[in-house]
Every structure is written in structure tokens, then in C-alpha cells.
Design a protein around this ligand. Structure first.
Ligand code: THU
Length: 131
């Protein structure tokens, strides 16, 4: 699965976004080490704190299907009726990804020049990992 193909799946998932409050549609596509892909979108709630981001929707879908080893994630976001804009995972999603993904896990986003690639360790260099 190429990064471009994974980003296409993220965009498709974003079309299912439930975002009547922010009007910001996010889609994520998570590639597992066994080749399966799990997609997610943001699901908002009138009690804003109950909102779930696209990335976590995808991770939780994978976990629920018994998949825990991940290779990369593509994320796309756009305000309703506008072009896609670079969308990086929020802090909570970074922490959730760090529970299951190694430091080389790739995060693929997109700006007006094309795909951008970064790693989880760049995005969350000092994750909370023990208590
Ligand atoms: N959102 C995501 O789905 N993923 C992110 O990484 C950032 C934010 C969603 C949450 C909310 O529904 C909307 O984008 C605006 O914050």
C-alpha cells in the first residue's frame, strides 16, 4: 500500500465525518503490519469533550478487530467546502498512537505541495510511558 493510496482512503473516510459543530472533516487510514487498513473519521458530540478524533476512531477499530501492530497512518482534514489542509494528530491521539506504535511509526499528512511524512517520535518525543 503506497502513501498515496493510504491518503486516498483517509480522504474517503473523512467523507463520513460527523462534524456539525466544527465543520472540520477529518479522515484517517491506519495501515497494520499484516496489511489490513482501518479507517476512521471524527465523530463530534454536543458535549464537545465527548468528541472522538479520526485517528483514535481508526486505532480503536483496529484494536477491536484484534490488530495491534501498525506501520503508518494517513490523515486528511478539510473545512466543509474548502480544500484539504495539513492536519497533524492532536496530543491525545499522539499519546494513543504511542501506546501501540514504535518510534519509527510514520504519520503521513498532506499540504498544498503534496504528501509530508514524519514519525511519531518527532511528534511526541517524550511520551508518557510508565507509571
Ligand atoms: N480532529 C481530529 O479528528 N483529529 C485531529 O488530529 C485534530 C482534530 C477533529 C476533532 C474535531 O471534531 C475537529 O477535528 C475540530 O477540532
Amino acid at each position: 500500500m503506497t502513501d498515496i493510496e493510504l491518503m486516498e482512503l483517509a480522504k474517503k473516510a473523512g467523507q463520513n465525518s460527523y462534524s456539525p459543530y466544527s465543520h472540520f472533516r477529518v479522515g484517517a487510514a491506519l495501515l497494520c503490519k499484516d496489511g489490513r487498513v482501518f479507517c476512521g473519521c471524527n465523530v463530534e458530540n454536543i458535549s464537545f469533550g465527548a468528541t472522538n478524533c479520526a485517528e483514535r476512531t481508526a486505532v480503536f477499530a483496529a484494536i477491536a478487530e484484534g490488530c495491534r501492530e501498525f506501520e503508518k497512518i494517513a490523515i486528511s482534514g478539510a473545512r466543509e467546502g474548502k480544500d484539504y489542509q495539513r492536519t497533524l494528530p492532536c496530543g491525545v491521539c499522539r499519546q494513543v498512537l504511542s501506546e501501540f506504535c514504535g518510534s519509527s511509526f510514520e504519520v503521513i499528512t498532506e499540504n498544498d505541495k503534496g504528501l509530508c511524512k514524519t514519525t511519531l517520535s518527532q511528534l511526541l518525543p517524550f511520551a508518557f510511558d510508565s507509571f
